[in-house]
Design a binder for this molecule. Structure first.
Ligand code: NAD
Length: 489
């Protein structure tokens, strides 16, 4: 039997320090994608609720103590928040396993610690932050202050709900802003806990607010609200375009982390003992529902068959199953709608003449998982990099191997996409590693590794993968206004 609890959780909106129902008492249901069990009933914010949350955040920004309290006091509260996240990590990871279908074991081991670090890192950052001084001879002195911008809305996708929210909330709060968070509608559970976590950490009421509901209604209301100054958004490129248009009238500052279709380039001198397991993670972690997924694997023709055999065997060894159980590598896809989208690419691949190597169907699973949205790790070979399976973000456990002969050809294929979030290179040739890294048009390049993150480093996308950068001073630049003060001496 599955470990999933079947009692239905009631989740309210979190506004001005309290969990409240929606004005019209409207709710929506959340199901567990591993089993299709109904697991939560969530208040669906109306426009009035969004307005109430944005006004609360404005009031807390203008008149509350958050913006003006000492950096020491503010960072103590943020560190407390990080500590509470660690204390509650099992519960948070369990929630992500329940509504995302994300394997509990790896979430509790990696993601929740990173979420706490996101908060702690930016607390440390602002404590050390200085400013510039520009003396003009003996007559004038300029100095710079970094001040909070105002009310930020934080919109996050369903694939990494809790960790990605804290990646934005950390710098937002550390800089002295207030926040209205809108989690993804199919995965609201873990993020809903941030209200009580903030309260317990002593963060004043109104500083953190959470509105739940659909992107098209609640997301639109919060990203167009006149009291919102900043939109920090992670999600699809299509939604990014809508938010940019909607925020134009009120000139909102935006930071966008959008989709990707990374090339993972394997040269003939690659160390396959490292490249294969890392490429398996890059392809199938979180069932391939990762913006940084290495979903196009470009393999030099001289080692193509060797790589294919090793990669296929490793993919077929992955354990697909109950995300709550130990040892599960891949849980289900997040929802029926998403399952239908991902599986529609099986027909597209067939029409485009791609060769199916393995997967492309549901795995055989025990009865209690019979209704879950599971797929086997799926592998195609295709040499047409213009095909839809090589161009579009499938966002599932589906990867395409593309053969190439020369370095120039690999680069041409790697850059032949609208996206530019990241790229991966496997080679033992130092010069080639640098050449490829310089010429792939993407915001992050991993050489002989994948998904290694230093929170100080810039993170974001070229082309249609984003606007702006997150990480260290890049996040702080977004969440602050630089002010110059010029004094006559
Ligand atoms: P999505 O764009 O459909 O939804 C993301 C969030 O935006 C959700 O909270 C949703 O409710 C909200 N939303 C939807 N329509 C909206 C609107 N009109 N106005 C305001 N908000 C709206 O994306 P998704 O399907 O939830 O997530 C998957 C996408 O996220 C993929 O494209 C993936 O690559 C991307 N992603 C990017 C990164 C990154 O760091 N670059 C990280 C994770 C996911």
């Amino acid at each position: 039997m599955s470990n999933v609890k079947t009692d239905i959780r009631e989740i309210g909106l979190y506004i001005n320090g309290k969990y409240v129902p929606a004005h019209d008492e409207g709710t929506f249901d959340v199901t567990n994608p591993a089993t299709q069990e109904h697991i939560a009933r969530v208040s669906e914010a109306t426009e009035e609720d969004v307005d109430y949350a944005c006004q609360a955040a404005r009031e807390a920004f203008e008149n509350g103590p958050w913006r003006t309290m000492s950096v020491q006091e503010r960072t103590e509260k943020l560190r407390k928040m990080a500590d509470i996240i660690i204390e509650r990590k099992e519960e948070i990871a369990r929630y992500d396993a329940m509504d995302v279908g994300k394997p509990y074991e790896s979430t509790v081991a990696h993601e929740i610690g990173r979420a706490a670090n996101n908060i702690r890192f930016f607390a440390d950052f602002v404590e050390k932050q200085g400013g510039e001084t520009y003396p003009m001879g003996e007559e004038y002195l300029n100095y710079t202050r970094y001040e909070p911008v105002g009310v930020a809305t934080i919109i996050t996708p369903w694939n990494v709900p809790f960790m990605l929210t804290t990646w934005k909330l950390g710098p937002c709060l550390a800089a002295g802003n207030t926040a209205v968070i809108k989690p993804a509608e199919n995965t609201p559970l873990s993020v809903s806990l941030l209200g009580e976590i903030a309260k317990e950490a002593g963060i004043p009421d109104g500083v953190v607010n959470i509105v739940q509901g659909q992107g098209s209604t609640v997301g639109t209301a919060v990203t167009t609200h006149p009291e919102v100054d900043l939109v920090s958004f992670t999600g699809s490129t299509a939604t990014g375009k809508k938010i940019l248009k909607g925020g134009a009238d009120t000139l909102k500052k935006v930071s966008f982390e959008l989709g990707g279709k990374a090339a993972n380039i394997i040269f003939e001198d690659a160390d396959l003992d490292k490249a294969v397991p890392s490429s398996i993670r890059a392809a199938f972690m979180n069932s391939g529902q990762v913006c940084l997924a290495g979903s196009r694997i470009l393999v030099q023709r001289s080692i193509f068959d060797k790589f294919l055999e090793k990669f296929k065997n490793a993919a077929m060894d992955l354990k697909v199953g109950d995300p709550q159980e130990k040892g599960t590598d891949m849980g289900p896809l997040v929802s029926k709608e998403h399952y239908n989208k991902v599986t529609s690419y099986f027909d597209i691949a067939e029409e485009e003449g791609a060769t199916l190597i393995c997967g492309g169907k549901r795995p055989d699973l025990p009865d209690h998982l019979a209704n879950g949205y599971y797929l086997e790790p799926t592998l195609y070979i295709h040499d047409d990099s213009k095909s839809r399976i090589c161009q579009e973000e499938i966002f599932g456990p589906v990867v395409t191997l593309i053969p190439f002969d020369t370095e120039e050809e690999a680069l041409q294929i790697a850059n032949d996409t609208d996206y530019g979030l990241n790229g991966v290179v496997w080679t033992e040739n130092l010069q080639r590693a640098h050449r490829i890294s310089h010429n792939v048009r993407a915001g992050t390049i991993w050489v002989n590794c994948w998904f290694v993150r230093d929170l100080r480093a810039p993170f974001g996308g070229f082309k249609k993968s984003g606007i702006g950068r997150e990480g260290g001073e890049h996040s702080m630049e977004f969440f602050t206004e630089a002010k110059n003060i010029c004094i006559a001496l």
